[in-house]
Design a protein around this ligand. Structure first.
Ligand SMILES: [Zn+2]
Length: 313
């Protein structure tokens, strides 16, 4: 497998204060771990390119994009909601984060890579069409999906989200869209406190009880996601890859381990092999324990590269 690793130095320019868990150190931790284990060198590394306004506007109304631009401070940090802040560089970072997914989609459809991991921040899956929230400004995975549809004629895009939080933003943007299938596993009840019920034909909501472990997680994913995916037959598989469902993550209370991230990545790849010519585009969402964020991402990349999990250090 050829796995592309997309990121950009500007992702680190965005910060929300020294105490905020969604920090530039997250990407440093992933890079350090992948570098140390030699996995980074096995990927095809490239820098993201900023998403253009018209690319973002496929999923976010232009007036909302302009409103966000106006919020951008010239100095210091401003607060959008109780946990989402902007510094002068926040949208620069957000544009390369979304742009990474766009470039990743280009790479898999042009067959430059089999699959792609976008190591970017700010994350995106809480960003609704007209609402920035939950550390997210632009919905990166949605921007990429809309690009795949507009540029490459993708007709059946599956978005699998295994972050501990539900992808309210992705659902808000694509609810009732028959060309998109969204499967989201998440701790319940929990943030984002909206869109948590399956009210749409194209959304498979998989709520998880506090304390859900590996065995129960795999059982429920196989039971709920696999039939939906086989029926849908995606021509592109996208992953909202959050690592905050790890048992040692401070944000959630789900008890997954690194091998579960490997497992769910592999499941996505099997679906992509059957229906999507292996095309998988994954984008980083949450993960706030730097150590398990890095080891979870390592397991994820290992699966994308087609390596066995057991080589994990
Ligand atoms: Zn999360």
């Amino acid at each position: 497998m050829i796995t592309a690793y997309l990121t950009h130095p500007n992702c680190s320019l965005h910060h929300m204060g020294p105490e905020h868990p969604e920090s530039p150190q997250r990407l440093e931790a992933i890079r350090a771990r992948l570098s140390l284990t030699g996995l980074l060198q096995q990927t095809m590394q490239a820098d993201a390119i900023e998403a253009r306004e018209e690319t973002l506007a496929r999923v976010h109304p232009a007036r909302h994009l302009r409103a966000l631009d106006k919020c951008l401070p010239t100095e210091g940090i401003i607060t959008l909601d109780s946990d989402t802040m902007m510094n002068p560089n926040s949208l620069q970072a957000a544009r390369v984060a979304a742009g990474a997914v766009v470039r990743g989609v280009d790479q898999v459809f042009k067959r430059q890579a089999d699959n792609v991991f976008c190591a970017v921040r700010p994350p995106g899956h809480h960003a609704e069409a007209s609402d920035a929230m939950g550390f997210c400004f632009y919905n990166n995975v949605a921007v990429g999906a809309a690009h795949a549809r507009a540029k490459y004629g993708a007709k059946r895009i599956a978005i699998l989200d295994f972050d501990v939080h539900q992808c309210n933003g992705t659902i808000d943007i694509f609810k009732n869209d028959p060309e998109i299938l969204i499967c989201s596993s998440f701790q319940y009840p929990f943030y984002p406190w909206r869109y948590l019920r399956s009210e749409w034909q194209n959304v498979v909501n998989t709520p998880l009880e506090v304390g859900t472990d590996s065995q129960e997680y795999r059982r429920v994913i196989e039971r709920q996601w696999l039939p939906a995916l086989h029926a849908f037959k995606p021509d592109l598989v996208m992953l909202s890859a959050g690592f905050d469902a790890h048992k040692d993550d401070p944000m959630g209370d789900i008890c997954l381990e690194d091998e579960d991230f490997y497992w769910v990545t592999h499941l996505a790849m099997e679906i992509a092999a059957l229906y999507a010519e292996n095309r998988v585009v994954s984008v980083l969402e949450g993960g706030y324990n730097l150590k398990t964020l890095a080891s979870g991402a390592e397991a994820h990349i290992k699966a994308l590269l087609g390596l066995p999990f057991s080589d994990a250090s």
